[in-house]
Design a binder for this molecule. Sequence first.
Ligand code: RIB
Ligand code: CA
Length: 310
Amino acid sequence: MMKPIPIILDGDPGHDDAIAWVLAKSSPLLDIRAVTSVCGNQTIEKTTYNALRICTLIGCRAPLGVGRPRPLVAQPIIAPTVHGKSGLDGPVLPEPAFEPCGLDAPALMEKVIEESDEPVTLVPTGPLTNVAALLLNRPDLKPRIARISLMGGGIAYGNWTPAAEFNILVDPEAAKVVFESGIPLTMAGLDVTEKALVFPEDFERVRAVGNRVAQVVADWLEFFYGFHRSLGYPGAPVHDAVAVAALIRPEILTTKDLYVAIETEGDYCKGTTVGDMYGVTGKAPNATCILDIDRKAFVDLLVEAVKQYD
Ligand code: RIB
Ligand code: CA
């Protein structure tokens, strides 16, 4: 058995962040060293409260650091239409069994990375504010970060604007810092995450597993499915879980190494991940972009994940 990969989960739960964390905690291939909240889907207060409740539900007691209250430069954008007023509407969750550790997100990331006996992998599934703050504060720690496996962007299109995906658009300056960092990047953008679709027959398979976590995950998927059907999607795109799947089941994914630039200006294209599919820039690739997924294997992965819980 391979030694588990030390990771830090950074997210804005958010239904798909929550499912990504259920997947991460279930895997013996991953060792969650810390969890950090970021403002995105909802305010930092709400994403932090949700993060504490999720970790209580799944029995994750890694230290939790509260993220920055707003993006590096841009005005905050939240998404109550997508995830509800709480940021995680739907099933009743346990109240937090523990408090944040007292360090803010970048400081906790810094501590975990410095104390780790091997490089740490970061798994951001919200805006990249905390990760960028860490890299700006402590560029010397870059060699101690093995990889950043992120959900964000889209080479072909956006979802919050026609050109930009939500996580990148909320903090484009942060995304620029991360994509220019030189750290190995895996980008789970909309190109693949909108193929990571879950349908009612899939979340009923999850529900049939029958334990508490399975019931909650099925309810989260059902909520997410209902919202996306109202937009005309055929199913629920479980965006964030793909960034975790990339670490534990890379064989179900199709990837291409690309040079990706982040647009931080413009009325129409701010927050765009501009991917060089044909090498026309002559610039070396800075991201492994995930472009396709074996959807059935992905759903099987989610079903197997919830079976790991009591
Ligand atoms: O665009 C999808 C992303 O935005 C996901 O991470 C979702 O949780 C929201 O943060
Ligand atoms: Ca998210």
